[in-house]
Design a protein around this ligand. Structure first.
Ligand code: COA
Length: 308
């Protein structure tokens, strides 16, 4: 589908690039010759992902243990990439957090756990990269991952729906403001592309994969390659006139079925309690594996492990 050297000599930062959709996009970009920079909160997970990419495609893959909720850490990472490697050509805003919950059950902390990553963190990263492109007179491409619920809204994931809608608005706004600098901003709104992290938090007690496939107009769920392909297409310099677009990548699912999670409208207290317990256990396991945290966000925990 693409020239094998489409991204040769180009440098791309993928936030949350160690797992899931971020890894899928990094994999496609590395296959097409890009130098990759992966950031996330679990250095061992990033390093393992980088080793897999190097083994599969060769090329340079660097890892950065950074929590995108920490604006100063984001800026320091982007500066270090510029200094040690050179300017970025592309940024993929993929890092996110989410879990299902009845909205009336959310604490302020629960809201912030999601919005601080998706809404604020995406801005910090985009601004840190964009201001350097403008300062240096360089073109660039920003690709942000939202969800089809920027159009439909979605019950039981309100902090995510609100935050992703903000990222969608950022994409359109910056497309106009930064277009004159040669900086393009686009977004992908994926439907269900099963990944382990999302499954554990959005369908913790009920996978329903067969039913979801059956409802999709194409008869299947998304595959990692689907998002890898669209990400490469949108980031490619050759597409210098695609700007300010949010493109659904869902086999037509939202047109056919609208918002997700309507099945949870039938849940009672017992189902929500079971889901919450599984989600909290999964969050705790992930938190234990983190090697960095946002300032104050992880107060009371052990200090970060030294980085390799
Ligand atoms: N229902 C209601 N509240 C919940 C909840 C649930 N299922 N799960 C967590 N919360 C609340 C907690 O109670 C806590 O609030 P409190 O301090 O007032 O009690 C707050 O959310 C933070 O919970 P915690 O378990 O400490 O989570 P965390 O901050 O370690 O991580 C995420 C939460 C979302 C940020 C975490 O899951 C994450 O980083 N995920 C990244 C990957 C991901 O989500 N992938 C899927 C994307 S689709």
């Amino acid at each position: 589908m693409f020239k094998s050297d489409l991204f040769a000599g180009q440098r791309v930062l993928v936030t949350g690039g160690g797992t899931g959709l971020g890894f899928a996009m990094a994999d496609q970009l590395a296959a097409l010759g890009a130098e990759l920079h992966l950031c996330g909160r679990r250095l061992p997970v990033l390093d393992e992902a980088a080793a897999r990419l190097r083994a599969a495609h060769g090329g340079m893959v660097a890892t950065h243990a950074v929590d995108i909720r920490d604006a100063a850490a984001v800026d320091a990472m982007v500066e270090s990439i510029w200094q040690a490697h050179g300017p970025l050509d592309g940024l993929v805003n993929n890092a996110a957090g989410n879990f299902i919950s009845r909205t009336e059950d959310l604490s302020p902390n629960g809201f912030h756990a999601i919005s601080d990553i998706v809404f604020r963190g995406t801005f910090y990263t985009t601004q840190a990269v964009g201001k350097r492109w403008i300062r240096d007179g360089l073109p660039g491409a920003v690709l942000s991952i939202v969800v089809t619920w920027v159009w439909t809204g979605s019950p039981f994931v309100v902090p995510s729906a609100m935050s992703k809608a903000g990222v969608d608005a950022m994409t359109k706004s910056l497309a106009v403001e930064w277009g004159r600098h040669g900086i393009r901003c686009n977004a992908i709104a994926p439907g269900v592309i099963p990944t382990e992290g999302a499954g554990a938090r959005l369908r913790p007690t009920d996978a329903r994969q067969e039913e979801m496939s059956g409802q999709n107009p194409t008869g299947r769920l998304g595959r990692p390659q689907d998002i890898g392909n669209l990400a490469a297409f949108l980031l490619a310099r050759e597409n210098s006139w695609i700007n300010g677009q949010t493109i659904a990548l869902d086999g037509g699912d939202w047109l056919a079925n609208g918002a997700y999670f309507k099945q949870y409208l039938d849940w009672g207290d017992a189902e929500w309690q079971a889901a919450r317990e599984r989600i909290l256990a999964r969050n705790a396991a992930d938190r234990a594996a983190r090697t960095v945290g946002a300032p104050d966000a992880d107060a009371g925990q052990a200090p970060p492990a030294p980085q390799a």
